[in-house]
Design a protein around this ligand. Sequence first.
Ligand code: NCD
Ligand code: ZN
Length: 348
Amino acid sequence: MAGPLTLRIRRPDDWHLHLRDGAMLRAVLPATTARFGRAIVMPNLTPPVTDTAAAVAYRDRILAALPAGAAFVPLMTCYLTDRTDPDEVAHGHAQGVFTAVKLYPAGATTNSAFGVTAWENIRPVLARMEKIGLPLLVHGEEADPAIDIFDREAVFVERVLSWIVRDYPGLKVVLEHITTEEGAAFVAAAGPNVAATITPHHLLINRNHFLAGGIRPHLYCLPVAKRERHRLALRRAAASGDPSFFLGTDSAPHPRADKESDCGCAGIYNAPSALACYAEAFEDEGALDRLEAFCSLNGPAFYGLPANEATLTLTRRDSPGPSPVAVEGGAELCPFRCGETLRWSVGD
Ligand code: NCD
Ligand code: ZN
């Protein structure tokens, strides 16, 4: 009798990841290094990683926290502020430290207070990045408090992303963690310099999942999950085979107590279940033959890096979802799909 369906794919990379620092870093790193070869590490620490020296020090802390034997390469990013010096960004790039620069509109999300407040401030740095081939990663939400939270991505695409792409046509831009039909359509219509990451949770949940029948703080993240038609558009984009779409988990751990609170933090910790979730979504789309490109090939091609040589196996076998994760000092994390059953299991 034939065994369960098994897929062997090149080892994936995570093109959008929050690793945090200290005890949290040590708690979350193993789930990522067990599955991913490389990851683009977000710079929204407190204080943020805004120069080469800070990124080198952060990279050293990540490398020091790696589980024994892990072959994992953290790819560092520079947090763009109103005062970012183009020479500093170019220096970090030339030193092989910065793989990309991250744009947070000030106020848009967790630890974005140091983000950009006026677009004219970043034009010189965007021009330099275009020239040297350093990608811009964008948290694509309009921070104007007058804009409804469910409309912030579509408004950002119209008001901001459109001129960035028009004025800097040679700049590589990634619209991070897209959540809307508008975001997906913009990226699909743009040229090869414009790409998007898609999270596992935005392929599986819509806004009913976190708001209907009780509020579920562990499903709250930014950009927030939208209506069902947007989720379906994201699934079509991911499964389309268009190389502009690739894997970025946006795994963003926060202690349970900070999520289950009067003012709960945005961020879904999904590193332990992410690959199984992507496999579920691609299976539902009838696109398992495109899973490897989305997880392991399109991202490296966009960044001009080789795909990983090592492989990983996904087996169509029910497996228990992740358990809560303890953080030294007493905090706990509640991972995405905690206590649920996953349809796919991941092995070497
Ligand atoms: C992220 C975090 O917690 O750092 N939160 C989130 O909801 N995704 C920040 C971000 O990527 O927006
Ligand atoms: Zn993020």
